[in-house]
Ligand binder design. Structure first.
Ligand code: MTE
Ligand code: MOS
Length: 792
């Protein structure tokens, strides 16, 4: 491989992006997660830790045994007659609508005559214990008429079996550009799915109240949707149902839409028995019943010049949606949106098929289809580099978006905030990429069986919900007369530190310490009609809404105090626990008391809607994103080419969070996201058998990264020059999902090591388990031997 030519130098102009307006006291501090100590000591209260109400019943859901079948007979009488059983509930017993589809119908609460995946819910039993409910459920008699099942993406493509219509995104003329390009390559990559493996499984506790009231504690990213779907299934108005979520033990997208089913089943049983009901899925059932990251097949066809610059490109993306649409429309859209990653694709056509299979309905997972889209273009970059014998990093940088030209995306949005070139240049320097690339080459030349590989890959990730109306949020702030503050907003806490970040914003507005802001559970009672906490936009949306609420109250207090101090309200400052103006000051709590006595409201809602967004969903054109988050990572691996086993020698990450709201939380998100992404592309393998049964439904067979898999030499940095050029909350950037895609550099380091075992293209799909790595090496060595023989 060629030695790397010098990269772009840091662009000083990027530093002139607007800075934060003032010196901040609380925002930007690396405060520990508000529940960190409680998490570590086991004192954080998750739903299963709550004191159990009297007369509590436990629910169990019976799962379908076939991938595609008509239910000929369902006899639940033996279940009902089983000891300790209070109720059995099946499709016909649902008072309202038997569907929990979040965007489109297709997700029955209980199968109604037809099952479409192994693990689909058939009916539920409420009993005195989980064991009794389970025993009863297994006594029911189910008879199936088995139907032919579509189990793979390939089969779905062949039969044009889709859950939603195929979409096409285009810019320029890809056909002409491919035909006239100096070089042309085609290929395919298969990208595996991923189980969320949240530590706290899906769970809900439903408590019936008087009249029609139903209180549901749900481990959900979307309390409003749980509220609405519980109401709809019970045929009650939304106002009768409250959904409360204090925290989740991880969601990762798996509880964005699919927590609803669990909550709805608990609520239906609670309504029927008029007793509280808890439904906590066993891990094996959770993994079979609930959806995962979509696996994808990506076919590509690229034309490029002799420098490796893309002239034209076509992608065919086929995502496995499973048996229903769920959120697959938006997820497959996001795969299209990220088929460019950080690169300019001048003449591009992206065709996206939303494949239906008789497997569990796949759902949101950190990155929401974006990571899969990026895997396609990164495979293309690697292929171009190997074809032209260039360093892959050189090909990547040559294809980066420009600053003033070459800056329009396949969906016709102009990239205004491109910092990839300078961020990547900085990481290449601090990680000593060029030097280590030479060292890897030297090592490999001297080592026939152990091979090393290195790769630097960028990330550019669009921030906003691509469904326009979801980009809104509400908050409710109360200030009490002792100067303490209670904060509520529509966002949910799943470990990502959202509650703390929003509390920091509110504390900053009032000029008080964050300990005076009480972080409360999310409830549909306080803030209605909220969006899910997803698309990484929790702090952008809820931070701004809470800021608006706090500023309303602050202005009211300022007016009162300004009158007392004899100054204009604008001269009043809230700082360091005091309210100051005209040389005088009052402790915050005293100022609050003055305002109260002046009969001024100390409670306010706040609301925010993201500006600038517009999108034509038919033409696939517009501005779906407020801004982009950027980052890059370098991974170095060592592979035993006789077994395919490997280890990570070193990882360097440089990530842009704008001006961080909380660098400690952000660092945790970056490290955690990377490890989760690495797991997705290396060891986490979902394996279905020929009957459509998931055989990897427990940690015994499904391998998530453990502490020992984290690289020994792991260097993560927040980009110090990061600023959001858009007016996002305190110029920060969303951080939840983008770092997951740093896992792609591990995958490409493995490709690089495989590449060291022969010539030509590397064929490696994900997850790159040792088995797959070994196959890829064997194939390459066989081809090399073949060539050598032919030459003799
Ligand atoms: N971090 C933790 N610890 N646990 C989680 O479940 N979910 C991720 C990310 N980081 C998650 C997490 C996903 S999928 C998203 S969309 C964001 O957090 C959601 O939170 P945010 O919008 O507040 O960043
Ligand atoms: Mo995250 S996949 O948007 O919940």
């Amino acid at each position: 491989m060629n030695v790397l030519t010098p990269l772009v130098e840091p662009d000083e102009a990027a530093q002139s992006a607007p800075l934060r307006p003032e010196a901040l006291r609380v925002v930007g501090q690396p405060l520990p997660h508000d529940s960190a100590v409680k998490h570590v000591c086991g004192e954080a209260v998750y739903i299963d830790d709550m004191p159990e109400p009297r007369e509590l019943l436990h629910a169990y859901v019976r799962l379908s045994a076939h991938a595609h079948a008509r239910i000929r007979r369902l006899d639940v009488a033996p279940a009902l007659a089983s000891p300790g059983v209070a109720a059995v509930l099946k499709a016909a017993d649902i008072p309202g609508v038997n569907d929990v589809g979040p965007a489109f119908p297709g997700d029955p609460i209980f199968a109604d005559g037809l099952v479409e995946y192994v693990g689909q819910s058939l009916f539920a039993v409420a009993g005195d214990s989980i064991a009794l409910a389970r025993q009863a459920a297994l006594r029911a008699v189910v008879e199936y008429e088995v139907l032919p099942a579509v189990l793979s993406i390939d089969a779905a493509l062949e039969q044009k079996f889709f859950v939603l219509p195929t979409q096409v995104m285009t810019n320029g003329d890809s056909v002409a550009a491919l035909a006239s390009a100096a070089h042309r390559l085609q290929g395919r990559i298969e990208v595996g799915g991923q189980d969320h493996f949240y530590l706290e499984g899906q769970i809900a506790l439903a408590v019936p109240g008087e009249d029609d009231d139903m209180l549901v504690y749900s481990s959900t990213q979307h309390p409003t949707e749980v509220q609405h779907l519980v109401a709809r299934s019970l045929k009650r108005p939304d106002h009768a149902v409250i959904c409360e979520t204090r925290r989740m033990g991880g969601g990762f997208g798996g509880k964005e839409s699919q927590a609803s089913l669990i909550a709805v089943v608990a609520a239906l049983l609670a309504a029927k028995t008029r007793r509280p009901v808890k439904l906590r899925l066993d891990r094996d059932d959770d993994m079979q019943l609930t959806g995962k990251r979509h696996d994808f097949r990506i076919d590509w066809d690229v034309g490029f010049d002799r420098n490796g610059r893309i002239q034209g490109i076509e992608f065919m993306l086929a995502g496995r949606c499973g048996m229903s649409p769920d959120l697959s429309g938006a997820i497959n859209d996001r795969a299209m949106f990220h088929s460019d990653n950080a690169y300019y694709l001048p003449n591009v056509t992206i065709v996206s098929h939303r494949c239906k299979t008789h497997t569990v309905s796949n759902t949101a997972f950190r990155g929401f289809g974006g990571p899969q889209g990026m895997m396609g273009i990164e495979a293309v970059m690697d292929a171009i580099a190997r074809h032209l014998l260039l360093d892959p990093l050189l090909v990547r940088t040559r294809n980066f978006y420009g600053k003033t030209d070459r800056n329009v995306t396949p969906y016709h949005m102009t990239v205004e905030d491109n910092i990839a070139p300078e961020l990547v240049a900085e990481l290449a320097r601090t990680s000593e990429y060029a030097k280590r690339r030479r060292e890897v080459a030297a090592f490999n030349a001297a080592s026939p069986w152990i091979k090393r590989g290195i790769s630097l890959t960028p990330v550019k990730f669009g921030i906003s919900f691509t469904l326009l109306h979801m980009n809104q949020a509400g908050a409710l702030v109360h200030v009490y007369t002792d100067g303490s503050v209670q904060l509520n907003h529509g966002g949910t806490e799943m470990g990502q530190g959202l509650f703390l970040k929003v509390a920091q914003v509110v504390a900053e507005e009032f000029g008080i310490g964050v300990e005076r802001v009480k972080i409360t559970a999310t409830t549909t009672e306080k803030v209605p009609n909220t969006s899910p906490t997803a698309a990484s936009s929790g702090s952008d949306l809820n931070g701004k809404a809470a800021q608006a609420a706090a500023r309303t109250i602050r202005a009211r207090i300022a007016k009162v105090i300004a009158g007392e101090f004899g100054v204009e309200p604008e001269e009043i400052a809230f700082r360091d626990g005091e309210v100051r103006g005209g040389g005088r000051s009052l402790p915050f709590a005293d100022a609050v008391k003055h305002a109260y006595r002046a009969r001024v409201s100390l409670s306010s809602t706040g609301y925010y809607a993201t500006p600038k967004l517009h999108y034509d969903t038919k033409l696939h054109r517009g501005r779906p994103f407020f801004y982009f988050a950027y980052g890059a990572s370098v991974s170095e691996v060592e592979v035993d080419t006789l077994t395919g086993e490997y280890r990570l020698r070193r990882v360097d990450i440089l990530h842009d969070v704008g001006a961080s709201l909380n660098p400690a939380i952000d660092l945790g998100q970056i490290e955690g996201g990377f490890v989760q992404g690495m797991g997705w592309l290396t060891t986490e393998e979902l394996w279905w058998d020929s009957q459509g049964r998931l055989r990897t439904h427990a940690p015994s067979t499904y391998k998530i990264p453990a502490v020992g898999d984290v690289p020994v030499d792991f260097r993560t940095s927040i980009w110090k020059r990061g600023r959001n050029r858009e007016n996002a909350i305190y110029r920060s950037k969303a951080v939840g999902e983008p770092p997951l895609m740093h896992g792609i550099s591990v995958f490409h380091a493995l490709r690089d090591a495989v590449g060291a075992c022969g010539d030509g293209l590397v064929e490696l799909d994900s997850p790159a388990t040792p088995e797959r790595v070994l196959f890829a090496i064997t194939k390459r060595r066989a081809a090399a031997d073949h060539l050598a023989e032919a030459a003799e």
